[in-house]
Design a protein around this ligand. Structure first.
Ligand SMILES: [Zn+2]
Length: 470
């Protein structure tokens, strides 16, 4: 096992990452700044690319998905891609297009439920908003990120005196009972916000900002130093303001929002960056080392920036472009994807929910996910390859399969493997409370994934050469 210092350092670095990333746009921004610092060059999909061996690049789509890659010094079109995929989004509440709600003296914000969250965990949390705003400046529209770093919103629970069944059957109505409160009308009257537009008789908004509470728009405009009429549109996620932290009697846990799936965004990024620090290793690599971090996994990946889109194929084709017209097809059969998404550790209070022989433990390593009904893409071949890599990297692995009487999750692995005909292994790091506003994993898991992903980029071409079944 790695030293406690190493484990704690990796965990703290992850905690810093997740605290800076309350929305997929912030995940991409954080990845971008780390990639630039590590010498990666930014490409644009709309430009022509001149890809050079032993160089490092990244490209974003919709500012919510990002693909970074390093070109091996011995890479030639038609060679393989060593790929790790994960997702930037997490279940959350999002501000509705027209969100202004006023009821019984409260000013509330209409929200939409994004993904399959455990919604009762969003009650009585100190919430804020984060996301992106399109701001008009003269004839130009700029894309700006916003993160109000203070608690401004709250979804209050109903008191137990008014709802006696709280502890037996609390199932909130997602439209009517989960509307976060921003302010009271009484206080707003006292504050008399200067930019508040007079309430129009016909209640029709004249600019986008009019569709939302002036107090909310005011906070956003303050941060962006802009005026309400300059706001063309926005996409805002609600987020808990309580920062992620290390916890437990032995400092062995991470209590955090969005572990699913920022753990794998962070660790794949670290693995790629670390693997490239060995410049001789990269110079001698025959492959493309690539990470793909997609938005919209939590809602099925079917979007322009999701794993179900053409993004992966097009980027691979552009890298393969050259005199060989079938370089892409040759490359696919030599490539391999590690689809990395969080896994369920055994829950001590619900141990019978887990299959007898597959109770996954914290600390004991990343998990290979199997499902013969193809909810996961792992095969005996792809599992063997990853086990050989993990052995070289000295990282333990665990196996998981769900009970036959339990539903099974899924992720981007089956989507990408089916779309491209790509050998794929589905893995994840064990955690508890998946899809809660506040999840929990172990500190060890971060360093284990960092080392495993670095080892994957270092060793995949050699291991692949020894496990060729077609
Ligand atoms: Zn996930």
């Amino acid at each position: 096992m790695a030293s406690k210092e190493l484990i704690q350092a990796a965990a703290k670095e992850f905690v810093a990452f997740v605290n800076k990333a309350p929305s997929p746009y912030h995940v991409v921004q954080e990845c971008r700044s780390r990639l630039l610092a590590a010498g990666f060059q930014e490409l644009k999909e709309r430009d022509h690319w001149e890809i050079q061996p032993a160089n490092k690049y990244f490209v974003t789509r919709n500012q919510s998905s990002i693909v970074a890659f390093a070109v091996g010094g011995k890479y030639q079109p038609g060679n393989g891609f060593s790929m790790v995929g994960a997702h930037t989004d997490s279940p959350c509440l999002k501000v509705k297009p027209s969100s202004k709600k006023c009821k019984t003296g409260y000013q509330s914000v209409g929200i939409e439920c994004y993904g399959g969250g455990i919604w009762h965990t969003w009650f009585d949390r100190d919430l804020t908003v984060a996301g992106r705003v399109l701001v008009k400046d003269g004839d130009k529209v700029s894309h700006r990120l916003v993160h109000i770093e203070k608690p401004i919103l709250r979804v209050p629970n109903i008191a137990i005196h008014l709802f006696r069944k709280h502890n037996e059957s609390f199932g909130p109505n997602k439209e009517t009972e989960m509307v976060p409160i921003l302010a009271t009308c009484v206080q707003e009257e006292i504050e008399k916000l200067p930019q508040q537009n007079e309430e129009k008789k016909d209640d029709k908004a004249t600019c986008q900002a009019d569709k939302h509470q002036p107090a909310l728009i005011n906070l956003i405009c303050d941060q962006l130093n802009t005026k309400p009429e300059q706001i063309m549109d926005f996409e805002l996620c609600l987020a808990d303001t309580q920062p992620a932290t290390i916890g437990g009697a032995f400092d062995e846990f991470i209590f955090s929002p969005r572990l699913d799936n920022q753990v794998n965004c962070f660790c794949s990024l670290q693995g790629l960056i670390e693997s490239c620090k060995d410049t001789d290793g990269l110079k001698n690599d025959t492959n493309i080392r690539m990470i793909l971090l997609f938005d919209n996994e939590e809602v099925g990946s079917e979007s322009a920036q999701g794993a179900g889109s053409s993004l992966t194929e097009w980027i691979m084709r552009r890298i393969c472009a050259g005199s060989n017209p079938v370089a892409f097809e040759e490359a696919v059969s030599k490539s391999y994807l590690v689809s990395a998404d969080q896994a369920h550790a055994v829950h001590p209070n619900y141990a019978d929910k887990h299959e007898d022989n597959h109770k996954v433990s914290l600390h004991l390593g990343p998990v290979l996910k199997f499902n013969s009904n193809q909810r996961y893409a792992t095969t005996a071949v792809t599992a063997t390859i990853l086990r050989m890599i993990a052995a070289k990297a000295n990282v333990p692995l665990q196996d998981v399969v769900v009970r036959n009487d339990s539903a099974c999750g899924s992720t981007i692995g089956p989507i990408l493997s089916a779309k491209l005909g790509l050998r794929t292994v589905d893995i994840g790091s064990p955690q508890l409370s998946m899809h809660s506003i506040r999840e929990m994993c172990c500190t060890t898991g971060i360093n284990q994934l960092n080392v495993l992903f670095k080892g994957f980029f270092d060793h995949f071409p050699a291991v692949d050469a020894s496990v060729c079944v077609d």
